[in-house]
Design a protein around this ligand. Structure first.
Ligand SMILES: [Zn+2]
Length: 349
């Protein structure tokens, strides 16, 4: 979209301006509530892209990704418009909750309804004011509470445009994912706004590697669509592990969980990846991998009930290649960044 005029709320934002707009949300009892949005408009025209985080109010890595991205001096050379929404679920974050106070999941409430539930009303405002004005969206998530994710981009890999951007992002894994009813991605795509979903780390925690890959990923995507200047690469572009099938391994029993594999590890079919123990019993139950693949998600709580999800495994046959790829993506992420703003003391141990 080549926007001569860009209007958010009732405010017109001229080219070359970087400003925060507070969109009005339903009040919390008598307290006025707003959705803070930062709009960065380049001096030259170009696409309009939104970057959102904390649609689930306990998923925090994306908030830090957006904070660091916003500081990059390369944004002075931006063409087009970037809309940053670091905390979409402003209600959930106050109670460290994934959900809204009406106990609904915002990411199942799109496109929303002005006269609907609280979640529906927030979804509608976010959709009408932001999503519908964009050419592309990058939505930042983490694992749910007590679960961590290896940095991964989820998208429809049958769509050439989003598949290319998912690879360019530079996370170690690209996972094909079907859309879910009421999710931002499903509804936005129906309206012609492609979405990349970045999933990395754990709810209620910061993870430095996930944050760094996220910041660079956004820059890589904006370079690819010519919103930021391209760099001449010395090394050939890296290709992530691309996988279509993934499945959660579930607990066969209830008890204490002892995992012996980490995120990013490769596993072979039937390899033992965890044990479930009982404190006063000598018997341990083995948990085995369902197929050859990579661990892309993991429970972080050592207590399970039968049926609980323990490991999320992405199927990938060539384990040697997978190991190599996961290794170099993660090492690069923690090396020196090309952006001096990101090399200050604000990295998180
Ligand atoms: Zn989420």
């Amino acid at each position: 979209m080549l926007n001569e005029k860009f209007i958010l709320g009732d405010i017109e934002i001229p080219r070359g301006v970087n400003m925060t707009v507070n969109l009005e949300l339903p009040k919390m009892y008598n307290t006025p509530t707003h959705l803070p949005v930062r709009v960065i408009r380049g001096k030259k025209d170009g696409p309009v892209v939104f970057i959102s985080a904390a649609i689930h109010g306990d998923e925090l890595n994306g908030i830090e990704i957006i904070r660091r991205f916003r500081m990059l001096s390369i944004l002075k050379r931006l063409k087009g418009t970037v809309i940053l929404v670091p905390i979409v679920n402003v209600y959930g974050i106050m109670t460290l909750s994934r959900y809204l106070p009406d106990r609904r999941d915002l990411n199942r409430s799109f496109p929303g309804n002005k006269k609907g539930s609280l979640a529906g009303r927030v979804a509608r405002i976010f959709f009408d004011e932001i999503v519908s004005k964009c050419d592309l969206g990058i939505d930042l998530h983490t694992g749910a509470i007590h679960r961590s994710n290896l940095p991964q981009v989820r998208t429809n890999i049958e769509n050439e445009y989003t598949f290319n951007l998912a690879k360019v992002f530079g996370a170690p894994v690209v996972l094909h994912s079907e859309i879910r009813d009421g999710s931002l991605r499903a509804v936005a795509q129906e309206e012609g706004v492609p979405i990349l979903l970045y999933e990395a780390g754990e709810a209620l925690r910061f993870d430095e590697t996930s944050i760094r890959i996220g910041v660079h990923g956004i820059v890589n995507v904006l370079r690819e669509i010519n919103m930021l200047p391209k760099v001449s690469r010395k090394k050939p572009a890296k290709v992530p592990v691309i996988t279509k099938i993934s499945q959660w391994v579930r607990a066969s029993e209830s008890g204490m969980l002892r995992t012996i594999k980490a995120l990013g590890d490769t596993v072979q079919k039937d390899e033992v990846i965890a044990f479930i123990d009982e404190p006063l019993d000598d018997v341990s139950f083995e948990i085995k991998a369902l197929f050859d693949g990579i661990i892309i998600g993991k429970s972080e709580i050592p207590l399970v009930q039968a049926g609980d999800a323990i490991f999320h495994i992405a199927r990938f046959g060539d384990l040697e290649t997978a190991e190599h790829k996961i290794g170099y993506f993660s090492e690069d992420a923690i090396e020196e960044s090309e952006f001096h703003e990101l090399n200050r003391e604000d990295s998180i141990e």
